[in-house]
Ligand binder design. Structure first.
Ligand code: FNR
Length: 350
């Protein structure tokens, strides 16, 4: 238990100030250009980005993706960011509930319902911890925090870079099958910064998974975070693989093409602005996800800091709609977009 809590705080320190993102342009969102409309013929206040997620209404198609829990500091992060999400009509996810599974007393640090009674809330557990806990154990974690759905995270790259991490990745689809039976359309499968590609996505959807978060390359890299903590072989190999993954723009576009219109798709991994969010919506995402920028704003400026970061993102997202002449996400998707450079190669190959 203590090892898990200590690791969590190491992770938070590294993410708050460390160099945990790959070189710029790894998302390949800079290969996407939206087309300016000189005569928008609409008011900013007409922009309506409302959508649905886990059976609830969102005012913005945004998810603050799962980050933390298990320590006092993590509890403050969860409550501040959940409060913000509730206030603005976004969805929110807690981080891995492993610490809570190991020590029920840590449960309070994941509880956000007092400050966020109505928002769509996701629990979170790793694929291989789900094996240990069993379907009932995972269900109890979701119920304990009043979650609307459960996020199952995939992190093979991170595990391989952790000296104490998993080395055997067999049987994963079987675990997913069991969780689909338990959670149905309330299960979301996500990566953690290396991306889900079209082949894996298709297989997951065939098993009945209805929500995917591609969490692609370009933002927080968990290989990089672990590499910064590792020594010896793991540190070296981790450095080699610190830009490993499917760029977020490539992941979301190819996954949408592979799974068709029915699955709910979240695109996260390196989104830093409202314009980035607008771009992933045009590439096929239903919802844009962000973790690091809001975490960092909260760590530096508390709730007020996070509020300002979010205000900037929402203003930019609305502006992107106005300047493309779109009132809704559906209208935005109808607009032409230009795809250049390396992203074109990914779309041709996958
Ligand atoms: C994460 N992420 C994460 N994901 C998950 O499924 N369970 C977790 O416990 C965590 N923990 C976590 C902590 C911190 C501090 C960060 C920044 C991120 C991954 C996160 O949900 C997301 O998939 C990636 O970080 C990519 O998005 P960003 O950070 O580039 O916006």
């Amino acid at each position: 238990e203590e090892a898990t809590a200590k690791r969590k705080d190491d992770h938070l320190d590294l993410c708050a100030t460390g160099d945990v993102e790959p070189a710029q342009n790894s998302t390949l969102l800079e290969c996407v250009r939206l087309v300016h409309c000189a005569m928008p013929e609409m008011a900013v206040e007409e922009v309506d980005l409302s959508t649905e997620f886990l059976g609830k209404k969102l005012r913005y198609p945004l998810l603050i993706t799962g980050m933390t829990g298990g320590t006092e500091r993590a509890g403050v992060v969860n409550r501040d960011l959940a409060l913000l999400a509730e206030r603005h009509g976004l969805a929110f996810g807690v981080g891995s509930q492993r610490a809570m599974a190991e020590n029920p007393q840590a449960g309070a640090t994941y509880e956000v319902r007092q400050v966020a009674p109505t928002l769509p809330l996701l629990g979170n557990i790793g694929l291989y911890q789900a094996v240990e806990l069993g379907v009932d154990g995972v269900r109890r974690l979701a119920e304990a925090i009043g979650a609307d759905g459960m996020a199952l995270h995939l992190n093979a790259g991170q595990e391989l870079t952790q000296p104490e991490g998993d080395r055997d990745f067999r049987g994963g689809y079987k675990v997913v099958e069991g969780l689909v039976r338990a959670f149905g359309s309330r299960l979301l499968v996500k990566e953690t910064g290396c991306g889900i590609g079209p082949e894996v996505a298709r297989r997951l959807v065939e098993l009945g998974v209805r929500n995917l978060d591609v969490s692609g390359l370009g933002g927080t890299s968990w290989v990089r975070v672990e590499q910064l903590r590792a020594t010896g072989v793991q540190a070296q190999v981790g450095a080699e693989f610190s830009s490993w993954g499917i760029p977020t723009a490539a992941a979301i576009a190819t996954v949408r093409r592979a799974v068709g219109p029915d699955a709910r798709l979240v695109a996260s991994g390196g989104l830093r602005t409202g314009l980035d969010a607008a771009k992933v919506l045009t590439l096929g995402a239903d919802i844009a996800g962000m973790a690091l920028p809001l975490f960092r704003a909260q760590q530096q400026g508390g709730l007020a800091g996070a509020e300002q970061a979010l205000a900037t993102i929402l203003t930019s997202l609305r502006q992107a709609l106005v300047l493309t002449g779109s009132r809704t996400c559906a209208e935005l998707r109808q607009k032409p977009r230009i795809i250049v450079g390396e992203l074109k190669d990914w779309l041709a190959a996958l």
